[in-house]
Structure formats: structure tokens, C-alpha cells
Design a protein around this ligand. Structure first.
Ligand code: GTP
Ligand code: MG
Length: 206
């Protein structure tokens, strides 16, 4: 099912923050994960997508989010699902040893989480796609994990440059990214359209 407008959210709630695998929710619900560098706007995107400012904490101190934060979402259009806000990678102020530890944690989650349907990879529009992100995309392709790429903070660039930034990303990974801004409230319809094929339609959807 592909939506023309965002789904009607009946309820969205914080499930838990998990610092290791044994804390991951065990319900067998389809899951969508939001990944990207620290400070790229993962939590802001979730807030805007779920239309719930109170639900998702936006970090004051980037790079400190160590846990995978799980949110459960009930809508009129789909069966319940979870969204996972992953810890950001590559924040310069974090010691290398800790960065490695996080890398392993996130990679294990992405590789082993059976209910994971889709990864939303965020790329900062001003920085463009970096080598680390290109490697990450290649790895997702290799493990056959479906994903989409979103250029965030697009409001920081004039509209005349958006197409060119999208093309630069395409030239490196052969995927056209969506443009998105949590501040200017841009791109949420397009994002839901990309997400919806990975969700199960509600049985009595009206
Ligand atoms: N201009 C602009 N700023 C944004 C946008 N999205 C997020 N920000 C800002 O970027 C900063 C980081 O946003 P977060 O949503 O906390 O980023 P994050 O990826 O969750 O960061 P970590 O949890 O530390 O990995 C905040 O100051 C946000 O206000 C956007 O679309 N446009
Ligand atoms: Mg965050």
C-alpha cells in the first residue's frame, strides 16, 4: 500500500532505550531504523515523522546517545510497528575505542535483527555523502538490507542547489536521496511513501 498523505497516527510511545541486545524489544513487530552520523538529525526526523515533539529527545550534546531507542507506532492504515533511533556514529569528540564499540553494536543490530524491514540513512545536505556513508551503503547492499537515503537539513541550502546535491549522492551510490527538513517541515509525505511498502496494511483499514 502506498500512501498519498501521512498515515493517521493513533498512538506513538517510547518503548525503551537498549544498550545491549538483551534489552531489545522481543515483540515480533516490523521495525524501521533511522541511522546516520551523530547530529545529522535522526531524532528530529522521527519527531517530525511521528508528529510528536514530546516523544523523541533531541540531543543537546551530540554523540552521547549510546542506546538504540525504540518507539512503537499505531496508525489507522497499518498494523503496529516499531521505529528504532540508532546511536549516531563518527562523532569526533568520542574516543576511538568507544566509536569502535558503537560500530560493532550497530552493525550487529543491523545484521541480526530479523524484524528489521527498512533502514533510513540520513546524510547531512551540507556535508554531502562521505566515504564512511558510501561504505555503509555498500555494506547494506551486500547484506541485502533494504534502505533509503535522506538528505537532511536541506533548509540550509538554497533550493537551486538541491538537485545538484541529489545528483552528487546519486553519482556515488546510484540511489537518488529524498530531500528533507525537520525545521522547514519538508519531505514527510515522500518519506512515508517510501516507508509504507514495508509495513503491513491494517486488517480493517478504512
Ligand atoms: N537546520 C536544520 N537543523 C536541524 C534539522 N534537523 C535537526 N536539526 C538540528 O540538528 C541538531 C541535531 O539534531 P538531532 O535530531 O538531535 O540529531 P541526531 O542525529 O539525533 O543526533 P545524535 O542523537 O547525537 O546522534 C539539533 O540542534 C537540531 O535542531 C533540519 O532539518 N534543519
Ligand atoms: Mg538523536
Amino acid at each position: 500500500m502506498i500512501l498519498k498523505t501521512p498515515p493517521r497516527i493513533v498512538k506513538s510511545s517510547f518503548v525503551k532505550g537498549a544498550t545491549n541486545k538483551s534489552h531489545f524489544p522481543t515483540e515480533d513487530l516490523p521495525e524501521i531504523a533511522v541511522a546516520g552520523r551523530s547530529n545529522v538529525g535522526k531524532s528530529s526526523l522521527l519527531r517530525f515523522l511521528l508528529n510528536n515533539r514530546k516523544l523523541v529527545r533531541v540531543s543537546q550534546t551530540p554523540g552521547r546517545t549510546r542506546e538504540v531507542n525504540f518507539f512503537s507506532i499505531e496508525t489507522k492504515e497499518f498494523q503496529p510497528f516499531l521505529m528504532a533511533d540508532l546511536p549516531g556514529y563518527g562523532y569526533a569528540k568520542v574516543p576511538v575505542s568507544m566509536r569502535k564499540e558503537w560500530g560493532v553494536y550497530i552493525t550487529n543490530y543491523l545484521y541480526n535483527r530479523e524484524q528489521l524491514k527498512l533502514v533510513i540513512l540520513l546524510v547531512d545536505a551540507r556535508r554531502g555523502i562521505q566515504d564512511a556513508e558510501v561504505s555503509f551503503v555498500n555494506w547494506l547492499k551486500e547484506i541485502k538490507q533494504p534502505f533509503i537515503v535522506v538528505l537532511t537539513k536541506i533548509d540550509k541550502l538554497p533550493k537551486t542547489k538541491w538537485g545538484n546535491e541529489q545528483k552528487k549522492v546519486f553519482n556515488k551510490i546510484f540511489i537518488k536521496p529524498l530531500v528533507f527538513s525537520s525545521i522547514k517541515k519538508l519531505g514527510v509525505n515522500e518519506l512515508w511513501q517510501k516507508i509504507s511498502p514495508y509495513l503491513m496494511p491494517a486488517e480493517n483499514n478504512k
